[in-house]
Design a protein around this ligand. Structure first.
Ligand SMILES: [Zn+2]
Length: 75
């Protein structure tokens, strides 16, 4: 999973000089703030990214259950 989702297509907001918004659902980048859940529920980008997240979760082994040697516990 990515910490920030900033690779969605953006377009300039005409009324604002330095403002951009998601090209799909016209939500300003200042509202989205790099978070997937801040896109519209039906946003094409959000839908695509959600699929990838689910796919990644399926493909990745669950590394949190690995037995790591604890060197600091040795006498
Ligand atoms: Zn969006």
């Amino acid at each position: 999973m990515k910490p920030f989702y900033i690779d969605y297509p953006q377009e300039k907001i005409e009324e604002h000089q330095h403002a951009y918004r998601c090209a799909y659902y016209k939500i300003p980048t200042t509202v989205i703030f790099g978070l997937l859940e801040n896109h519209a529920e039906d946003c094409t980008y959000r839908t695509q990214q959600s699929k990838w997240v689910q796919l990644e979760a399926k493909l990745k082994p669950h590394t949190e259950h690995f037995d790591e040697p604890h060197a600091d516990e040795v006498d």
